[in-house]
Design a protein around this ligand. Structure first.
Ligand code: NAD
Length: 486
């Protein structure tokens, strides 16, 4: 339970509503005998109520106007900051990430609300000249209506903030199905939106399994769906939502490469790839999964990576000396450990591995493998602290290797040569390319989105001014209001 006053329930039409599903518990990944949150999931009846409430609330929310909606988002940002420590503690207890990582996520989420609040005063359209001197041609944006939001557990506050804040700003109402592993954090955000003064029905939260997500995206009143999660679930949603012609935004998995050239700054490259592969226990869509070394050698780089990884400290995220928390669940731990075993059976070798902590928990040792690209782990996304080192003779070969998966989310290159950096920016199949920086991390005011199976071809970017393109319909108005002067 997040606190004594907020129940762990769905939130529908301004009220906390207990679901009708069987009592479900999520265990603390650092103390697997302790349930952090226990709740009854919502079912089809609660889903229908939430969609009806959101549809009923839509006209008044639209009529409020964008500046007033922006003020409410700013109020939510203030409350996120006021309650930051409580949210961070619940996030660490549910997700396993370290408190330092949780605190950073909470701060970034408050910034996200502030960013969209401030955007309320940006230009909302453009004016074109007309062939008729007395006419004005203007673009206007109209909300989609009710938007379905489905989010994963790995950034349980930041990803919902990326979606819900711009959806609300643009005048949509929201039905949000949050991740089953992090219900407590979603309840705290819901409470904040309510306390900020957002009226009943405008945002509704369902604590529910994936099957209810599937029903949500199938509903004819859901005019747009924004989803972040795995490729298989994203493709299932794509078939449904495109089939009925609603708007869709997908932010899916990645298999991100970091290319290291012989002219790279060795320490910068080593610390960046370790940080990008192991930070948040490797549970970032943007994490580096493959390190591609161009040319022979790189002994100093590999030595530095080995030293850094083998000295990483694992343990409960509440311990300030810990750098790597547990993974989110026992099933995640089992999947990652068996992917490492499979890689070894397929010809991989362990180059470096951190020590396991003495305490019980869903721990996976940060692991660096060497082996061929043909290993399953180099093609499928393994969502944990594991990275594989590959070799390429030339930069062009390295780019081809980096591009040889179904994914296209992020990539990084480490070099001191501008031409090599430009080649990578141009030719890597990735929506975000970093030069001399980790493949992880993005800024709220710059577009973020993938290519290939990591996304959906449409107005895909999260963040920045691009959100308006997804969360609205753009219309063009030809206005002849004044008589022509004679
Ligand atoms: P997931 O796809 O299993 O679940 C995501 C959400 O979808 C959850 O809320 C889940 O309950 C719901 N869901 C499950 N089945 C569904 C169905 N049939 N219909 C509708 N909804 C359904 O992903 P996860 O394990 O929660 O998150 C990890 C994945 O998310 C990784 O693949 C990671 O790369 C990806 N991710 C991508 C980004 C990005 O911005 N591209 C960011 C974070 C995470």
């Amino acid at each position: 339970m997040p606190n004594k006053t907020t129940p762990v329930c769905s939130f529908i039409d301004g009220s906390w509503v207990e679901g009708t599903g069987a009592l479900t518990s999520h265990m603390n990944p650092a103390a697997p005998d302790k349930a952090v949150t226990t709740y009854r999931p919502a079912g089809s009846a609660e889903l229908a109520q939430a969609i009806e409430a959101a549809a009923a609330a839509a006209p008044a929310w639209d009529a409020l106007g964008i500046v007033a909606r922006g003020r409410l988002l700013a109020a939510a940002a203030v409350l996120i900051r006021e309650r930051a420590e409580e949210i961070a503690q619940v996030m660490t207890a549910e997700n396993g990430k370290t408190l330092a990582e949780s605190r950073m996520e909470v701060a970034a989420s408050a910034d996200t609300f502030d960013y969209h609040a401030a955007s309320a005063r940006n230009s909302i359209g453009v004016e074109f000249p007309s062939s008729h001197p007395e006419e004005r041609i203007l673009t206007v944006r109209r909300p989609l209506g009710v938007v379905g939001v489905i989010t994963p557990w790995n950034f349980p506050l930041q990803i919902p903030a990326w979606k819900i804040a711009p959806a609300l700003l643009q005048g949509n109402t929201v039905v949000w199905k949050s991740a089953s592993n992090t219900p407590g954090v979603s309840v705290l955000l819901m409470n904040i939106l309510n306390d900020a003064g957002i009226s009943a029905g405008v945002t509704n939260l369902l604590l529910a399994p994936g099957s209810i997500g599937s029903e949500l995206v199938s509903h004819p009143l859901i005019a747009g769906v924004t989803f972040t999660g795995s490729v298989p679930v994203g493709q299932h949603i794509r078939a449904i939502v495109c089939g009925r012609g609603a708007k869709l935004q997908l932010e899916l998995g990645g298999h991100n490469a970091s290319i290291v050239l012989p002219d790279a700054d060795v320490e910068l490259a080593a610390s960046s790839v370790v940080n990008a592969a192991m930070g948040s226990t490797g549970q970032k869509c943007t994490a580096t999964r493959r390190i591609i070394l161009v040319g022979d050698g790189h002994e100093a780089f590999l030595e530095s990576v080995k030293n850094k990884v083998s000295s990483l400290v694992l343990g409960p995220g509440t311990d300030a000396s810990v750098q790597i928390g547990p993974v989110v669940s026992r099933s995640a731990q089992d999947e990652i450990m068996s992917a490492i075993s499979e890689a070894i059976a397929e010809g991989g070798e362990i180059l470096a591995q951190a020590a396991m902590p003495p305490t019980a928990g869903f721990y996976v040792p940060p692991t660096v493998l060497v082996g061929p690209q043909s290993m399953t782990i180099c093609k499928e996304e393994v969502f944990g602290p594991v990275v594989t080192v590959l070799r390429a003779a030339t930069l062009i070969e390295a780019i081809d290797l980096a591009n040889s998966t179904q994914f296209g989310l992020t990539a990084a290159v480490f070099t001191s040569d501008e031409r090599s950096a430009r080649l990578c920016v141009t030719h890597l199949d990735a929506g975000l390319v970093k030069v001399n920086a980790p493949s992880t991390g993005s800024e709220i005011h710059a577009p973020f989105g993938g290519m290939k199976d990591s996304t959906f071809a449409g107005p895909r970017e999260q963040n920045s001014g691009a959100t308006a393109a997804f969360f609205t319909h753009e219309k063009t108005a030809y206005l002849r209001l004044a008589p022509a002067r004679v």
